[in-house]
Write a protein that binds this ligand. Structure first.
Ligand SMILES: O=C(O)COP(=O)(O)O
Ligand SMILES: [Mg+2]
Length: 216
């Protein structure tokens, strides 16, 4: 059995670190800072889109030379930003339970690979996932199904479920024809009933049973 997970807003609440890295990037350009809620609403389509949205919110526009500088700056800040990130309650037990039951675990995130691996190392999870497909692993990102399909193909062929927190994850799973479990306490922007999902959950202790029900 295969369970593939999104990272930000699903396993780890990283919005405050993304916010801090974003504001350090804005400050370096002398731009006004954004609130944590604004920063959280920019997460989901990867670092490039995050910086585009950040710059537009702070300055009203994207200036190509400045955007390039901000992307480079944000990438450096992002990789070392762990101080405020927390694992959602029950995640570690749920992952350990699935692993003990013989599930293969994978990660499919729009976060770029370097910060994604840095977060995994920070939480002692470097060996947790048999495959990590990140936002810059392929030329396309979620909601294109290719990253999820690549994660699936790196694992043995067996029943599968994808677990994520966002509209982007739901569309990715639909496009890849994979059953989707929606974690409702992450960074979604729409009401739960407007996000296509096979099951929704707000308590990670329920995830192993959900994964068993959904995997196909
Ligand atoms: O970094 C992002 O924009 C989103 O990351 P996620 O795909 O792990 O939610
Ligand atoms: Mg997410």
């Amino acid at each position: 059995m295969r369970a593939i997970f999104d990272l930000d807003g699903t396993l780890v609440d990283s919005a405050l670190d993304i916010h801090a890295a974003g504001n350090r990037t804005l400050a370096a350009e002398g731009l006004p800072l954004v609130t944590p809620d604004q920063a959280r609403s920019f997460v989901g389509r990867g670092a490039k889109v995050f910086v585009d949205r950040l710059e537009r919110a702070a300055s009203g526009t994207n200036d190509p030379a400045r955007t390039e500088r901000m992307r480079a700056r944000f990438a450096a800040e992002y990789e070392i930003a762990h101080d405020f990130s927390t694992v959602y309650p029950g995640v570690e037990t749920a992952l350990a339970t699935l692993k003990a039951q013989g599930w293969q675990l994978g990660l499919c995130t729009n976060k770029p690979l370097r910060p994604a691996l840095a977060v995994l190392a920070h939480f002692g999870w470097s060996e947790m996932f048999e495959v990590v497909i990140a936002g810059d692993s392929l030329p396309v990102t979620k909601p294109d199904p290719a990253p999820l399909l690549a994660a699936m193909q790196a694992l043995d062929d067996s029943p599968l479920v994808y677990v994520g927190d966002s509209e982007v994850d739901a569309r990715t799973a639909q496009a890849a024809r994979v059953p989707f479990a929606l974690y409702t306490l992450g960074y979604r922007k729409s009401p739960i009933d407007q996000i296509p999902h096979a099951e929704a959950f707000d308590d990670w202790s329920t995830l192993p049973a959900i994964a068993h029900r959904l995997a196909r």
